[in-house]
Design a protein around this ligand. Structure first.
Ligand SMILES: Cc1ncc(COP(=O)(O)O)c(C=O)c1O
Length: 431
């Protein structure tokens, strides 16, 4: 797709990443089920390995079906290059590997997905990469925590599961004043509702397992390079990007690839070494899902608001957190950063605590009870006993995650049917 900067979101979603198969004219994206690619001759093989020409070598590094999805997501996000990975966890792990080394640290919101906390705290800490958890709703706390060894600030556009909205511009200013990139996990919002790069983020990460796929049919992740961070200004902090890379013919990624340096480094070096690539089939499904992303997110947002308003008025419900409600502490910020809608995620507490929550979940019939979110179908889960159970009770309390909290992912069904099912569950919880 040419001139992709000038097209609207829906046009990009339908056309970016893939036009037609050059060999057959197929308008549908083929699933390139191949591990490797035939070289034309030894000269071409050598030049591909030296990054002197673009092309395909081995599907761990790049694959045409995967590239179509990457280019499509990149166009929607307004980035300088995207990289698809086998899961959201792999996306974060590859990004940390690109930016950090032993002795460095990351400043991270304590209200993020539990798996993000455990990955940083249990895995990267063993390799000498420390994480400082802060309340990123307060950018001054973030700025204070950044020191000379910090290599990035990480938070979520909408926190999982506390539903706090990130003060994106203030966080970007705080990070940039201290010479580090801002990394935003945009899983809950997707580029259809928020494009963090437009608000100053330097990289965006995704669990594409969620809304980007939408169908609950795969596990995937992605990183989009915002292209705005000047790696060359901090060679001592980011030698892998700003200094000759001995693992890649002494290429200086920031020189060779300019604004796409991070995406190039991730593709050519980190993915080559760590190998968290997705399958071509999953990339095919993800590329297909992009075409309906805006339509789905609009309906998730419409249903989300209707369900949140219903819960807020129900006598059995203690509290509701949904950024689109006037009662949400950051509703003002949601009106700026999520002006097209707040999606389908919300958290609420039922009267009667953990026992009442259990009764509610067990008496639902339409709403699924499973460890996923962002699907077309409505799902519910109790984070304290599942997704965030590996955190200590102290960590959960610090993140504001009470034992009675339920996380609801509102789907695309008729809102009235979702509400009827919840009414049934809430009645049972009150008995
Ligand atoms: C906000 C967020 N980021 C990252 C992840 C990890 O993604 P995945 O399960 O695809 O590895 C999740 C998973 O729930 C998530 O909710």
């Amino acid at each position: 797709m040419k001139d992709n900067k000038n097209y609207g979101f829906m046009t990009k979603a339908l056309h970016a990443g893939w036009e037609r198969d050059p060999a057959t004219g197929s308008s549908g994206l083929p699933i390139y089920a191949t591990s490797a690619y035939q070289f034309k001759d030894s000269a071409q093989a050598a030049s591909l390995f030296k990054l002197e020409e673009e092309g395909y070598i081995y599907s761990r590094l790049a694959n045409p079906t995967v590239k179509a999805f990457e280019d499509g997501l990149n166009a929607l996000e307004g980035g300088c290059g995207a990289i698809a990975l086998s899961s959201g966890q792999a996306a974060l792990a590859h990004l940390v590997a690109a930016l950090c080394s032993s002795g460095s640290n990351l400043v991270v919101s304590r209200k993020v997905y539990g798996g993000t906390v455990t990955l940083l705290q249990n895995v990267f800490s063993r390799f000498g990469i420390e994480t400082k958890f802060v309340d990123s709703d307060h950018p001054c706390q973030v700025e204070e925590a950044i020191d000379d060894d910090t290599r990035g600030v990480i938070t979520e556009t909408i926190g999982n599961p506390m539903m706090n909205v990130a003060p994106l511009e203030a966080l970007a200013r705080a990070a940039h004043r201290r010479g580090v990139p801002l990394i935003i996990d945009n899983t809950f919002a997707t580029p259809a509702l928020c494009r963090p790069i437009e608000w100053g983020a330097d990289a965006v990460v995704y669990s594409t397992t969620k809304y980007v796929s939408g169908n609950g049919n795969l596990i995937g992740g992605a990183i989009v390079d915002g292209g705005g961070f000047d790696w060359r200004a901090y060679p001592e902090k980011f030698p892998g990007l700003a200094l000759p890379d001995p693992s890649y013919h002494d290429i200086v990624f920031a020189e060779r690839y300019g604004r796409s340096a991070l995406a190039a480094k991730l593709h050519c070096s980190v993915l080559r070494d760590m190998g968290g690539c997705p399958s071509a089939f999953d990339a095919y499904l993800l590329h297909l899902s992009l075409s309906t992303l805006a339509l789905r997110m609009a309906r998730h947002s419409e249903n989300g608001l209707a369900v949140a308003k219903f819960l807020e008025k129900h006598p059995q419900v203690e509290w509701v957190r949904y950024p689109g409600l006037e009662s949400h502490p950051q509703n003002d910020m949601a009106k700026v950063y999520l002006k097209d809608g707040c999606g389908g995620m919300m958290a609420f507490g039922v009267k009667g605590g953990i026992e009442a929550g259990r009764k509610l979940v067990d008496s639902l019939s339409l709403i699924g009870h499973m460890a996923n979110l962002g699907q077309t179908r409505t799902l519910i889960i109790h984070p304290a006993s599942t997704t965030h159970s590996q955190l200590t009770s102290g960590q959960r309390a610090e993140a504001g995650l009470s034992d009675g909290l339920l996380r609801l992912s509102v789907g695309l069904e008729d809102a009235a049917d979702i509400i009827t099912d919840l009414e049934k569950g809430l009645d049972a919880a009150g008995k």
